[in-house]
Design a protein around this ligand. Structure first.
Ligand code: ADE
Ligand code: ZN
Length: 338
């Protein structure tokens, strides 16, 4: 089963590029940018990655991002992630970036997006990995700051497929961003939002009805409300689930108790994603392996998770046909009915 999981073609839809900053690269960037880190060694940084909840993670995550200064830094960060994608057989990825984490430190929006975008283009050319870019608003900041960020993105609309909503969910519900999401939609952008990670099922309902999202990031708290689960299944509203993240941030007490396969079996369009792999113990293959060891899925269920991600992605029908045929080819050679 492990070989099957490693070789399975994968599609990632929930990855914060700043959350893929490994401590080794963080130290390299700190040295070249003359920044002092609160850790002496890579090991010390890794040892500090112990979290009680989302907020305790976010504090460390935003601090790590302080080493990202130049366009080259954003390029190197993205390129390192793409190399991990290649090793994990990720064939398409839709990544988040948090411009406000950087513009608040005086880094130009253009520096951030140029570095990320050029790495993505090179990844398509040299590694054959296709990608899309989603700009997130930090929900702990104001509506006004989100509008300012959307204005900064205007010259780059050809490089951004949609907007998202991340950071501290509790206390910052989706309705706070209804107007800025309406504006983004009017500009031709898709919308997604983190909801039902730590927050209530109500945040999922409101992200759908008020923010018009095309998918929900996390969404695992939907089981608080059976009517919501039924609605998500009926409409095939995708959930970008992040198994290792949920364990590290104590959304579930163990992987054995994770609800991803139960939701899959109820007909929901659930997908597997890595969220912030440098902080949560692994990339796409690690997430698939962890859930495979704990929940013993069939090969059919594992393939369905990639099938769902293709369905939930923002690619054209033609590109989806191509990815699905890669998955069919894989199934032909490695599938059986177990
Ligand atoms: N930013 C980065 N990772 C996040 C997560 N899991 N939830 C909310 N905001 C985030
Ligand atoms: Zn996330």
């Amino acid at each position: 089963m492990e070989v099957f999981v490693r070789r399975l073609p994968k599609v990632e839809l929930h990855l914060h590029i700043e959350g893929s900053l490994e401590p080794e690269l963080m130290f390299e960037m700190a040295a070249r940018n003359n920044i002092t880190l609160p850790y002496q060694t890579v090991q010390e940084a890794r040892d500090a990655y112990q979290f009680d909840d989302l907020q305790s993670f976010l504090d460390i995550y935003y601090q790590g991002a302080n080493v990202l200064i130049t366009e080259r830094d954003f390029f190197d960060l993205t390129w390192a992630y793409l190399l991990r994608c290649k090793a994990d057989n990720v064939i398409h990825t839709e990544i988040f970036f948090d411009p406000q984490t950087h513009t608040a430190r005086g880094i130009a929006f253009d520096t951030v997006i140029n570095g990320i975008y050029h790495a993505l283009r090179q990844g398509e050319k040299e590694l054959g990995i296709t990608s899309k870019l989603i700009m997130c608003f930090l929900r702990h900041l104001s509506e006004e700051e989100a509008f300012e960020t959307l204005a900064q993105a205007e010259p780059h609309l050809n490089r951004i497929v949609g907007v998202g909503l991340d950071s501290s969910e509790v206390g910052h519900p989706p309705e706070k961003f209804q107007r800025v999401f309406t504006k983004a939609l009017s500009m031709g952008l898709k919308t997604v939002a983190h909801a039902g990670e730590e927050g209530p099922a109500e945040n999922i309902w409101n992200s759908i009805s008020l923010l018009n999202v095309s998918r929900i990031d996390h969404g695992v708290q939907c089981t608080q409300d059976p009517a919501l689960v039924a609605e998500l299944a009926k409409n095939r509203m995708p959930l970008t689930v992040c198994p290792l993240s949920n364990i590290k941030l104590r959304v579930f007490d163990s992987m054995e108790n994770h609800n991803i396969l139960k939701l899959l079996d109820q007909g929901l369009c659930v997908t597997v994603n890595s969220d912030d792999p440098a902080f949560f113990g692994g990339y796409m293959t690690d997430n698939f392996l962890a859930l495979t060891r704990a929940l013993n899925p069939s090969k059919k269920q594992l393939v369905m998770l990639t099938r769902n991600a293709i369905e939930a992605s923002f690619i054209s029908d033609e590109e989806a046909l191509n990815l699905n045929s890669q998955l069919d080819e894989f199934w032909l050679h490695h599938g059986d009915d177990s």
